[in-house]
Design a protein around this ligand. Structure first.
Ligand code: GLN
Length: 497
């Protein structure tokens, strides 16, 4: 156990506080945003050599944003948001004009975007200093950050283990006290899964409620940005900063943001009377790590003791989610990543006057993409080709509909569904890299939610008795009912204390 890497081991107590606490201190002028931001930059300098949560640290820009908040507050202005002055780590898949955006790919090494993503813009407008850009699997494909072209992130709980993926950097930064807030994206679990492995909270909002404008696309029908933090309330506060309709995103939904902060505050009384919780039968089975199942059953018992009614729910098509996801995703990837052609963005390789434009494109893509990205582009291109489209892509879309129907049927009986977030606790770096199927299997519990476009949370539910590592509890709510995650999540969190 490497305690000095966990938030409790921070040398400065400002890096151990929650975002809500920090906001309170900053807004009442007991500390400055500059002090809080500097404390986190110092923590990054102290531990990131070992953890590698960050691909880029924007020291000057972060301090400048912090000073701006301080100046406004000192002049008597109201805080720009509930989190004004509290710094954040941004997954390196959202564009930023003042820092490179690489999606952890060689293809975009050093790439500077001409515009800020909507999420980035909202963060800036809320007065939240951006500490830097966090590590991830290349183009968000992977479950361990080992597909990053810049080397993996190490889990602060055990440096030899993965912090999860694709957003391992964001979650590791939270667990290590390098940032009190972080942004991730969740296409098949990339927010919830790293949250589970690092004992932090991560939310995948309902599809269409957080803008994808300026989010480098992996699979457009599945991708969704979301908030992560160390507590349910902090996650809710960040959720309200980044959610909302955006005319620049054609799939953005024009409806009010679910009242997630209010729900988190209400849930904190720990009372779950009247709440019907469904345990998904397909994810409550032998074969998962015993320590994970033990923690999960203890979590269900706790929910019951807090007043929730527990019902077993059958979602038979969840068993087919993995196969459907790993067809739909590569299909969308093969189309989305066609834009990286060596002509328009980032890397251009082999353009030495001897090659035609087509050859330069092929050469650039061979040099610029890592093996997992290539694997998915090839698989997706194959599955979309004439003759195979019906058998693979269309069939997978049918399964997707069946999964959505399983959810709809379940929500006729219950308010919210629960399962373990992952089948095991954090695995060792290197353990699954040579076996893609093993890696894909790790996403088993998180994928159905993305296929149906619903809202999910992972939150800490104790340490596994067999490995001593964190276990995540997954909550799954119907579309646009994201507040249910926070109500039940905050109650569960309160009940654990
Ligand atoms: N691990 C999944 C994959 O590799 C999910 C990734 C994600 O959510 N971005 O596709």
């Amino acid at each position: 156990m490497t305690d000095k890497y966990l938030v409790e081991g921070s040398e400065n107590e400002l890096t151990t506080k929650t975002a809500a606490e920090l906001a309170g201190l900053i807004h009442s002028r007991e500390v400055t945003s500059r002090e809080v931001t500097q404390a986190h930059l110092d923590r990054i300098a102290a531990v990131d050599g070992d953890i590698h949560a960050f691909l880029h640290v924007g020291q000057e820009e972060a301090l400048k944003a912090a000073e701006d908040v301080d100046k406004r507050l000192d002049a008597g202005e109201a805080p720009a948001s509930a989190l004004a002055g509290v710094p954040l780590a941004l997954k390196d898949v959202f564009t930023t004009t003042d820092a490179p955006t690489t999606a952890a790919s060689k293809m975009l090494e050093g790439y500077m975007s001409p515009y800020d993503a909507t999420v980035t813009k909202k963060i800036r407008e809320a007065g939240i200093p951006i500490l830097g850009k966090t590590n991830m699997d290349e183009f968000a494909m992977g479950s361990s950050t080992e597909n990053s072209a810049y080397g993996p992130t190490h889990n602060p709980w055990d440096l030899e283990r993965t912090a999860g993926g694709s957003g391992g950097g964001s979650s590791a930064a939270l667990a290590a006290g390098q940032a009190p807030l972080a942004i991730g994206t969740d296409t098949g679990g990339s927010i919830r899964q790293p949250a589970a492995l690092t004992n932090t909270v991560g939310v995948k909002p309902t599809y269409g409620t957080v803008s994808r404008y300026g989010l480098i696309a992996c699979a457009s029908s599945l991708d969704q940005g979301g908030p992560t933090a160390r507590t349910v309330l902090d996650t809710a506060l960040l959720h309200e900063v980044i959610a909302g309709h955006d005319a620049f995103d054609a799939t953005s939904v024009d409806r009010p943001v679910a009242p997630v902060v209010q729900a988190a505050r209400e849930g904190a009384n720990g009372d779950l009377k009247g709440v019907k919780v469904g345990v998904v039968k397909q994810f409550d089975r032998e074969g998962y790590q015993p320590g994970v199942m033990e923690a999960f059953h203890a979590a269900v018992d706790q929910l019951r003791s807090q007043g929730a009614e527990i019902v077993e729910v059958d979602c038979p098509h969840f068993d087919d989610a993995l196969a459907a996801y790993y067809l739909i995703l590569p299909c969308e990837v093969s189309s989305n990543l066609a834009r990286f052609d060596g002509m328009r963005y980032g890397l251009r390789a082999g353009d030495d006057g001897t090659r035609s434009a087509d050859e330069v494109m092929a050469y650039t893509r061979a040099q610029g993409f890592g093996p997992e990205v290539k694997r998915r582009i090839i698989l997706g291109t194959y599955a979309l080709s004439v003759g195979y489209y019906d058998a693979y892509y269309l069939q997978a879309q049918r399964v997707r509909t069946l999964i959505a129907q399983d959810f709809a049927k379940a929500y006729e009986k219950v308010d919210i569904l629960v399962s373990p977030t992952t089948p095991t606790t954090a695995f060792k770096l290197g353990e699954k890299v040579t076996d893609p199927l093993e890696m894909y299997n790790f996403d088993l519990c998180t994928l159905p939610l993305n296929l149906a476009g619903l809202a999910g949370m992972s939150l800490p539910s104790g340490l596994a008795s067999d490995t001593g590592l964190p276990v995540g509890l997954q909550l799954m709510a119907p579309a646009f009912q994201d507040d249910r995650l926070y109500r039940v999540g905050a109650a569960f969190e309160a009940g654990r204390k």
